[in-house]
Design a protein around this ligand. Structure first.
Ligand code: ZN
Length: 420
């Protein structure tokens, strides 16, 4: 607390004044996140001497004070501004915090990291001239940091593709630049700094063996050969993909089949892809795995020597269940599969990829949600980060992460990390 007082006020009077004016954080802390969440403060005064009541915020931080917890409420002041007697200097609207004996709540929105202060006080006038008192609340705003570990298949750009021209523009550094900028954006992002590391995807696939231990196929989890898009078996290219299952060999011993193939993309990621690409020296990083495609071989006739593998329609997903072991959690994005999901132009594909990566990372830090506009971990929305993918925007420039999403982010609860 900082106060000034004239010589003709004795200690008892000063004590009384301090008790009669207050500025306090409603949650009892003075350290806030520099994200778009709104932080509430109480103002109170029942000082009965003739005075001006003054609310101000210094210029050391980039922030706004609002009359309510959303940007639809009245903007009271921005950094460096002052309101006297409840009259907003921004738009002239009278707010009620100057009323004697009344407690008012105001909301702070911090737009960038920094240290600053909010002050509330009175300046005596007329007979009380010279009596001043100011209660100051220091605010130390910081932005939380999310660490991301990306395992990326080498050579994605050069892979054969049904959409080679779009894929040729792929560059993970460029895509992550968009993701990082979006997440830190104080107006539309989620208020996080992201630091990421990448390495080449190392995938130790296992040979497929029969019940006698004889090797039937040396690279069970990789298919290198013909691939086709869903519903178009006649249009094939020579490509590759992670083989989720090979229905030709379903007649294998069931245990061998089950150990070798998994019956869904999520199970494949949980049991094979994510654990095998985890780096033990990055226990605090959430996991993102970038692969080419996930495919499956549909033909049941084992005599087909050169089967065409179907590119499955699951190009981006995340595993983040509360009961799922951390090593089975993470996000998977099929980069080549994404390029081929529609006839994207190169910019559309990159925009789409940036949104998808930010969205899947969002799943890892927001985790399970339902109700209050959430339907099965997605928002009933077309322009938020966690919008349902069917109605999703074309890119991050169309996204405005809202407070419902931001309020759900808790880095102490993120998925796929070993140490919180
Ligand atoms: Zn999703």
């Amino acid at each position: 607390m900082v106060y000034e007082v004239s010589d003709n006020v004795n200690d008892d009077e000063q004590q009384s004044i301090e008790e009669r004016l207050a500025l306090a954080a409603t949650n009892g802390v003075d350290t806030v996140k520099a994200n778009r969440l709104f932080h509430s403060f109480y103002l109170f005064s029942d000082v009965m001497i003739d005075s001006h009541l003054i609310l101000s915020m210094d210029t050391n931080m980039t922030a706004r004070l609002w009359s309510g917890p959303t940007t639809n409420s009245t903007l009271l002041l921005t950094s460096g501004q002052t309101i006297t007697n409840g009259v907003s200097v921004v738009n002239g609207q009278v707010v009620n915090f100057a009323t004697h004996g009344q407690t008012s709540e105001v909301w702070l929105q911090v737009l960038a990291p920094g240290e600053g202060s909010i002050s509330y006080g009175f300046v005596g006038k007329d007979d009380a001239e010279g009596i001043n008192f100011t209660d100051t609340l220091k605010v130390n705003a910081y932005r939380e940091k999310l660490y991301v570990h990306i395992s990326e298949m080498a050579g994605l750009t050069n892979m054969p593709s049904f959409n080679a021209s779009a894929l040729a523009k792929y560059d993970i550094s460029n895509v992550m630049t968009q993701v990082v900028a979006f997440c830190a954006d104080p107006e539309v992002g989620i208020g996080l700094d992201i630091e990421w590391v990448r390495d080449d995807l190392v995938f130790n696939d296992q040979p497929l063996k029969d019940t006698n231990g004889n090797i039937l196929a040396p690279n069970t989890y990789r298919h290198n050969g013909k691939v086709h898009l869903p519903g178009d078996t006649n249009n094939t290219i020579i490509g590759s993909g992670f083989l989720m299952r090979d229905l030709r060999v379903r007649s294998l011993d069931r245990d061998v089949f089950n150990r070798t193939y998994f019956t869904g993309h999520m199970l494949f990621a949980q049991k094979v892809l994510l654990p095998s690409t985890r780096r033990g020296d990055l226990p605090k990083h959430v996991r993102l795995c970038l692969i080419d495609r996930i495919v499956e071989i549909e033909e049941l006739d084992p005599s087909v020597a050169d089967p065409s593998a179907l590119i499955v329609d699951s190009h981006a997903f995340a595993s983040f269940g509360a009961s799922t072991p951390f090593e089975e959690c993470g996000a998977v994005v099929s980069v080549v599969g994404m390029a081929e999901e529609r006839n994207y132009t190169a910019p559309q594909f990159i925009n789409r990829l940036a949104w998808v990566i930010a969205h899947e990372i969002g799943h890892l830090i927001i985790r399970e949600q339902d109700g209050n506009g959430w339907i099965g971990n997605h928002r009933d929305s077309v322009d938020t980060l966690m919008a349902n993918i069917v109605a999703s925007p074309k890119g991050l420039s169309d996204v405005n992460a809202d407070l419902e999403e931001i309020s759900k982010i808790n880095l102490a609860n993120k998925a796929s990390v070993q140490e919180q």
